[in-house]
Design a protein around this ligand. Sequence first.
Ligand code: CO
Length: 186
Amino acid sequence: MNYRSLAFLACSSLLFSCGNEAPPAAESSTETVIEAEENTPVPSSESEEINGSEDAAPGDTLFVEIEANDQMKYSTDRIDAYIGQVVSLTLKNVGEMPKEAMGHNWTLLRKGADFQDYASKAMLAKEDDFLPADLMGEVVAHTALLGPGETETITFEVPEEAGPYKFLCTFPGHFGTMQGLFFVRQ
Ligand code: CO
């Protein structure tokens, strides 16, 4: 089914006039969001709480649970944290494909790291499970590369510099869809 017929179905099922000006990008991003929510095992309000929220107090341990799947997606693309917090982050590979074809890790880069440059070099470092030893200075924290059904919990301190940090899966070809924002507040 092509996009045009999807859009037509959406219009007719809502008995609502969409108009020609509706941008295709908006439709497709809506679909992505719905799909992501369906893959999330907990209600989104609960999920936000687990993954940090406006109410989180500095000094607490921040518990984060992230699933990674065979569709090359994380269950969350944003984590909010405070300086002074300790993060207990659990990554669960809920996929079924073999690790060699669909391995996942969670890797947090230092603030200001060159995301594209790091991701491009990491995917070549097969001997290091795609976490190149000579670039560990770019990494704040990371899990191991997990195969299907594997889970790992890591603990680390929130970096002491406020602002945006990025996380990604460094398995070859994954960083395009497996990345997100780790936002640190004072
Ligand atoms: Co991955």
